[in-house]
Design a binder for this molecule. Structure first.
Ligand code: GRF
Length: 210
C-alpha cells in the first residue's frame, strides 16, 4: 500500500510543523509530508521544512492565486491537508474541493474565541479554562466540527505569553493525535459532523494532559 500523503500550510514559526516532522521520524505518524506551503516568504517554518528535505512553496495570496494553487495541488495526490498556523482563510472553492480532508489547529476551546488574539480574549473574559482544538475545516472560519481539545486552567497571575506557551504544549499533544486518527481512518467528516469509528461525536474528545 502506498504511504499516506499530506500537505502542510504554515505562515510563521512552524513549531507544530516541526513537531509533526518529529512524530513522523519516530514512526508515530505513518505518513509523508509531500509539500509545505507558506503565504509568507519569511516564515521560519520554511527553513524547518527544507532542513528535513521537504519541498516548499510560497504563495502570494494578495494575487489571484487559487486557480494556480488548485492546479498545482492536483499533482500531489494528497490524502490530508494540515493547516498548522496558516493565517489566511482558504476560499470556498478550495475548502469544497478538499472537503473532509482539511484539518486545522486553533488556540482556543472552540466554539469560544474564533479568529485572532485568543489568549488575550480568554484572559479578558475571565475564563476558568483555555486550550486548543483540532477541527475539520469548513468555509465558516474556525467553525468546522471539532475532533479533539486539550485544556489548561487559567491561573490568577497568568499572562498572554505564559498561556500561549502552555497552549502550544497542548497543541504538540493533540495535533499529532488527531492526524494519527485520520491517517488510521478512525475519524471522518460527514455532513458537517465528526465521526469516530463510525459513531458521531456529540462533543469533542477531551485530551487529558500526560
Ligand atoms: C498555533 O498556536 C496554532 O494554534 C495557531 O497558530 C500557531 C502556530 O504556531 N493556528 P507554530 O507556527 O506552529 O509555532
Amino acid at each position: 500500500m502506498s504511504r499516506f500523503r499530506s500537505i502542510i500550510f504554515i505562515s510563521g514559526n512552524g513549531s507544530n510543523l516541526q513537531n509533526i516532522i518529529d512524530n513522523i521520524k519516530s514512526d508515530y505518524l505513518k505518513m509523508d509530508i509531500v509539500l509545505v506551503i507558506s503565504d509568507n516568504y519569511e516564515a521560519k517554518g520554511l527553513k524547518k521544512a527544507k532542513e528535513n528535505g521537504i519541498e516548499t512553496l510560497v504563495i502570494n495570496t494578495s494575487d489571484k492565486y487559487i486557480d494556480e494553487l488548485l492546479h498545482l495541488m492536483n499533482n500531489y495526490k494528497v490524502d490530508l491537508i494540515i493547516l498548522s498556523g496558516f493565517m489566511k482563510i482558504l476560499p470556498k472553492v478550495f475548502v469544497e474541493k478538499y472537503y473532509g480532508k482539511i484539518i486545522n489547529i486553533h488556540p482556543s476551546l472552540l466554539p469560544k474565541f474564533k479568529g485572532l488574539n485568543t489568549h488575550k480574549k480568554a484572559l479578558a473574559s475571565k475564563e476558568r479554562y483555555h486550550g486548543a482544538s483540532v477541527h475539520f475545516v469548513t468555509s465558516e472560519l474556525d467553525g468546522g466540527p471539532v475532533i479533539v481539545q486539550g485544556k489548561t486552567e487559567i491561573q490568577e497571575n497568568d499572562n498572554e505569553d505564559a498561556l500561549k506557551s502552555r497552549v502550544h504544549q497542548i497543541e504538540y499533544n493533540i495535533f499529532p493525535l488527531a492526524i494519527k486518527w485520520f491517517v488510521e481512518n478512525h475519524i471522518k467528516q460527514i455532513d458537517n459532523k465528526c465521526f469516530f469509528d463510525n459513531e458521531v461525536l456529540e462533543c469533542p474528545i477531551e485530551h487529558l494532559s500526560d
